[in-house]
Every structure is written in structure tokens, then in C-alpha cells.
Design a protein. Sequence first.
Length: 222
Amino acid sequence: MHLLSRTRRALAPIAAVGVLGLLLAGCGASAESDAASPAPIVSSAPAEDPYAPVPVPGRTIAPTSPSDASAVHGWRLAVVVPDDSQATETLRAAVSEFADDNGVDVTEFVADDGGIDAAFADALAADADAVVGLGEGTSDVFAFEASQWLDRQFLIIGAQVAEPTGNVTAVIWDGATSRGSGAPADGEIDDASAPAHASDAIASGLSSVAEGTTGVVVHLGE
């Protein structure tokens, strides 16, 4: 028994040294592993969205080629017609033609005795996919009302609003840059410019809304 006890006491320090060595070796291997595999660097900076809406006055972008019109096939548009001017009638005809060609349902709300405010209210109540305003006669009511209906999409053709929210998209061109009574236009207003741009304007505007590029001003140029 004494010989066995002495043997155990003699082996204990050796075992302790062995365990310590294993622990140190493990720590060294872990350190080498950590050094060989550094933690990935994750950037906290968000990717820039080139079409992010800028509330005042709204980012102006060049038009892109309209996507396949099937994106708006079956859409319902509530179109606010502010007056019977030649420019408005030109835009009105362009919307009707686009709708016929692309399977879009259009309901018009004409500002008559009730005025533009009543026409807008009726268009809003139609619960369409987008409420469309034709020309500068719709700028003021869209500017005031659209900010109160952020879950709805609005499109103005041939004019813009002074301080657009992210749900108001506008399509303008030289000669049709009115901001209503809230701010000066970007140049002279020329109603004769409408025929050359009306068809492209409705196609580009609806394409932009369908793609989610909203709260911007699409400028068709001259």
C-alpha cells in the first residue's frame, strides 16, 4: 500500500504538467484559428437608392424606356380632368389611347360645377390603382390632398407639385413644368408642346409608378 501511494504521488505532478500542456496547446490552436479567420467586416452604410424620393421639391430624373406595358394591364385609373383646354384634351386623348392599347380601365372625373376639389374627391373614392391628374389645373389639389393619402398613388401628367411626397409622381417637359400656385414653373408654359409629349408622358409615368419609382419628377426634355 505504501509503495502504491508513493507511485501515485510521483505521477500526480507529471499528470498535472500534461494537462496544463494540453490546455496551453488548445489555447494556442484557438488563437491561431482566430488569427487565421478574422471576423467579417460588415458595412453599416445603406446602399444608395438613386430613385429615393426627395420631398422638396422631388428628385428630377431622365425618363427610362417604359417597361412592358403588361405591368399595368388590368389597372384601374381615376383621371381628374380639370378643364376643357386644348392641352388638357390632348392629354385626355393620350390617356384614353394608352388605356385601349394596354388593357387599362379609365374612369374620368371632370371638374364641372363642383370644381376641381369635388372631382378629386370623387376620383379618390373610386379606389383606383392610381389617381391621374391632367395638366397644371390639377397641381394645387394634388399638392394639398396627396400628402394626406400616403397609401395611394398619384400621377400628374404635364405638371408637378411644389413639395411632392413619396406617393406623387410627375411627368413634365419643356413647356409643361408648372408647379401650380405654390411655386414658379421651370420656364415658360407652352400648351402647344402637349401633342408631342402626351403619349410618352402617360407611358413613362405609369411605368414609373408600376416599377415603384415614385415621388420623382420625370423630365422628358424638349
